[in-house]
Ligand binder design. Structure first.
Ligand code: MN
Length: 203
């Protein structure tokens, strides 16, 4: 007899205080975004996967295997937000520029870190509606910027996600209202490139 391991997903703890990302992201936005929006995706997924083929599956595997629909959307949003929240640190603590192998690869492909940031910002600003802009690594170690709509994540395309900006309005509306581009350009102040470099070096 096979004993099924049932996985209950839980809300990740933030590795910083709710007000640590100010003035780039307010305490109020973090409280809603992490405590309400992400919590809701976690609660929804736990209800949806009971007695389904997904109930003993790891989060990434659910995102890779689930067809378009509620399971994919809620699992995707949990994975997206975990990668998003864990890449940040307080403005005075974040490592603000990449170094080492990742920086060399960015320069090889874009010419400079600033040129990379400009394309990343443009793809985030230009994404129509709700979604995410991502930097990922492909199977050959090359970097790629993609726009993902709704809840999608690059793992669904076989890519390794490294860095992401959430461009759903709930990510910035309390602080920046309709000024998505202004929000995006401020986010570089809190991206901790130590985290992105670590993801890049992992398989
Ligand atoms: Mn979000």
């Amino acid at each position: 007899m096979k004993t099924a391991v049932i996985i209950m997903f839980t809300l990740i703890n933030l590795p910083y205080a709710q007000d640590a990302l100010e003035p780039v992201i307010s305490k109020e936005t973090i409280a809603f975004h992490h405590g309400k929006h992400l919590q809701t995706y976690v609660d929804n997924l736990n209800k949806l996967i009971i007695s389904s083929e997904y109930e003993s599956m790891a989060l990434e595997d659910i995102v890779k295997k689930a067809p378009a629909g509620a399971v994919f959307n809620n699992a995707g949003q949990i994975l997206n937000h975990e990668l998003y929240f864990l890449q940040f640190n307080a403005p005075d603590k974040a490592k603000k520029e990449p170094t080492g192998a990742l920086a060399e690869q960015i320069k090889a492909q874009w010419g400079s870190i600033d040129a990379f940031k400009a394309e990343f910002e443009a793809k985030g600003t230009g994404l129509f509606g709700s979604g995410w802009v991502w930097l990922s690594k492909d199977a050959d170690g090359k970097l790629i910027i993609t726009q993902e709509f709704g809840a999608s994540n690059p793992v669904a395309k076989g890519l390794k996600p490294l860095l992401t900006f959430d461009v759903w309005e709930h990510a910035y509306y309390l602080d920046y209202q309709n000024r998505r581009a202004a929000h995006i350009s401020e986010l570089w102040q809190i991206v901790d490139w130590r985290v992105i470099e670590m993801r890049y070096e992992q398989q």
